[in-house]
Write a protein that binds this ligand. Structure first.
Ligand code: 9MR
Ligand code: 9MR
Length: 591
């Protein structure tokens, strides 16, 4: 009996770390780390989330035979946004290319690499993710591999909903609205969200054209002499163009079913697809994106004859419609009181369009240099408080474009340009000033506000803002901090998940994504960024953890924490590819 007791005591003692690990729901590792890897000369941090008496951590070869680095475990810290306690494991000094694992006592991290292409696979996959979201076409095995599909929503015969009826296009009027990306886990197409997504991809191209010219994602258009980033972006742009009523220039808010499809493959349901009410937000976002597209495609006239001109015309028409209709907000519930059938899909309703005016005027000015857009920009910018972009807060995208080639902005004084730059840099500084106090030492997650529906897009958009601050200042510290948010998204976070499907040892496996749920393939469609921790948990799924930074559940029911969306993937495309584009310049790589 005594013997048994002693045995039990010891056995519980040695099981203790594993029990706690199981309790944490992090069934394999309590060392949270970017599960892909690190550039040789970049900062390298992992975070221990298991209280350990040990003083040192070890970076070992994957077979555990060789030790390459011994470090001191950082002081334990209480995280502000969950009851997690963390200790920082800093192994930045290790710059040898190789495959590794970190060990603290008996606890091991997931394997990771140190190499010059550390996050390249994620950068490419995130762009390829958009191909998998394409509506109106089948996905061929050549490009989609095991995720090939035959079904799709053709959208060649969409109907004008009663809310959008006009003299020329009455209720039930049928036209073609082919193409574009499915918004998210659902199959509808929303102009507002397409706007920021396309705009962000175009911004990536404008900042790093030479890099993108060489980046291939194996899509049907690859090798047509145009970068795959632009090939992909055009797929949605052409759809956006169909959403403008040619008679008055107004833009329909969305192309949608009346109610969400079930969790089935594309093309299974044959519900009517409607275009609904024109809105100011949709029209201004459309004006911004088409103005931006126009200047990009000006130099690609040979490949896309006339596209630049059509985009500019469309942009001006949408702008003029907005001037005449400045308060056409999209209020879905109100709309449903007057028009049938009721539309219950995503609303993307936005009751403040000041930031949309800022963005659209900035893009139209940047493209045309016409004084009227400068005047409008000044007017709306007076009432705009710059902050992190999201689908309903797009003003900063206008700053980004004005600052992209800022010596070529004749209406603006140097002082005005400097002020815009300073605004962006000041926000960046607020993000980086207190990173040391964050239990995970990432830029993401220093404020409870970071954790909302689609929180992972905040991490990615913060990363973009930091890259921009680097581009304006040349100060490399901003890139180091941007990289911390890549680490966050790929595993250095309180959940221990890599939030990008198909990337890392413990990626999200069950996104709220209709194709991934219904295709009978174990692995979800790769390269998609899930929403991430969201303590409001609006989906009412059962969550194991409910604190701000842990309220994430890898279940397909969870549209509030585990859906995917184009406006979350686009900033991931920007951020991860910007780092790939800049890695040599900032000295991260080894010769
Ligand atoms: O699948 C829908 C998802 O794309 C949306 O983000 C979410 C919130 O609008 O709604 C999901 O659809 C759910 C609906 O709102 C309620 N019934 C269950 C649907 C599927 O889970
Ligand atoms: O990303 C949107 C989030 O900010 C909103 O709080 C939420 C509820 O309105 O809707 C999210 O957008 C969803 C859209 O309405 C429908 N397609 C899926 C989007 C991502 O969940």
């Amino acid at each position: 009996m005594k013997k048994f007791k002693a045995y039990c005591y010891y056995c519980i003692f040695c099981l203790l770390p594993f029990l706690s690990i199981a309790q944490n729901g992090l069934n394999q590792s309590t060392i949270q780390i970017n599960q892909l890897g690190f550039y040789p000369n970049a900062p390298k941090i992992a975070v221990l989330t298991f209280p350990s008496k040990a003083n040192s951590f070890y970076v070992l070869s994957e077979n555990l035979k060789d030790t390459f680095f011994v470090g001191k475990i950082g002081e334990q810290k209480q995280s502000a946004f969950s009851n997690t306690k963390t200790s920082i494991l800093d192994f930045s000094a290790l710059n040898r290319i190789g495959h590794y694992i970190i060990k603290v006592d008996v606890i091991k991290s997931y394997p990771f690499t140190i190499n010059n292409d550390a996050i390249k696979s994620s950068a490419i996959a995130s762009l390829k993710g958009f191909y998998f979201q394409r509506s109106s076409i089948p996905l061929e095995e050549k490009y989609a591999g095991q995720w090939k599909r035959t079904g799709f929503h053709p959208d060649n015969q969409v109907q004008v909903h009663a809310s959008a009826a006009s003299k020329e296009r009455p209720e039930g009027f049928v036209f073609s609205s082919v193409g574009g990306w499915y918004d998210a886990g659902d199959y509808n197409k929303y102009i507002v969200n397409s706007g920021i997504s396309n705009g962000t991809l175009f911004s990536a191209y404008e900042d790093f054209p030479a890099y993108f010219e060489k980046l291939h994602t194996q899509i049907p258009e690859s090798n047509n002499g145009v970068s795959d980033l632009l090939n992909e972006a055009i797929y949605n742009l052409r759809w956006m163009l169909t959403m403008q009523d040619p008679n008055d220039g107004g833009v329909y808010h969305k192309c949608t079913n009346a109610v969400f499809d079930g969790m089935v493959m594309p093309g299974v349901t044959k519900e009517i697809r409607y275009v609904v009410q024109k809105s100011t937000a949709a029209s201004l976002d459309f004006a911004a994106v088409t103005a931006q597209a126009s200047r990009i495609f000006k130099s690609l006239e040979k490949h896309f004859p006339g596209l630049a001109d059509s985009c500019l015309q469309a942009s001006k028409k949408a702008w003029n419609w907005s001037l005449a209709n400045p308060n056409k907000l999209y209020e879905q519930d109100k709309m449903n009181q007057s028009f049938k059938p009721a539309i219950t899909t995503g609303a993307y309703g936005d009751n403040n369009v000041t930031d949309e005016w800022v963005w659209a005027s900035a893009e139209l000015y940047t493209t045309t240099k016409e004084q009227q857009y400068y005047t409008s920009f000044k007017k709306f910018n007076n009432n705009f408080k710059a902050s992190l972009p999201s689908w309903n807060n797009v003003g900063l995208l206008g700053y980004y474009s004005l600052l992209q080639n800022s010596q070529n902005r004749p209406a603006f004084s140097n002082q005005e340009i400097d002020q815009l730059k300073t605004t962006v840099i000041n926000i960046a500084n607020q993000y980086i000033n207190n990173v040391g106090a964050n239990a995970f030492q990432t830029v993401m997650g220093q404020s409870a506000r970071d954790f909302n529906w689609g929180s992972n897009a905040n991490a990615a958009n913060q990363g973009i803002l930091l890259v921009k601050a680097y581009l304006y200042s040349g100060d490399k510290k901003y890139i180091d901090h941007a990289l911390s948010n890549v680490d966050y998204l790929l595993g250095r976070n309180a959940t221990g998940y890599s939030f990008v499907t198909g990337i890392g040892s413990k990626p999200a496996m069950n996104p709220h994504h209709r194709q991934s749920v219904s295709d009978d393939i174990v692995d979800p469609i790769p390269g998609l960024l899930v929403g991430g921790p969201n303590p409001k948990m609006q989906d009412k799924c059962v969550y194991q953890f409910i604190e701000a930074e842990t309220a994430y559940t890898d279940q397909s029911c969870s549209y509030a924490s585990n859906e995917i969306a184009i406006n979350w993937n686009a900033p991931l495309v920007y951020l991860s590819n910007a780092l790939e584009a800049l890695k040599t310049k900032v000295g991260y790589t080894l010769k």
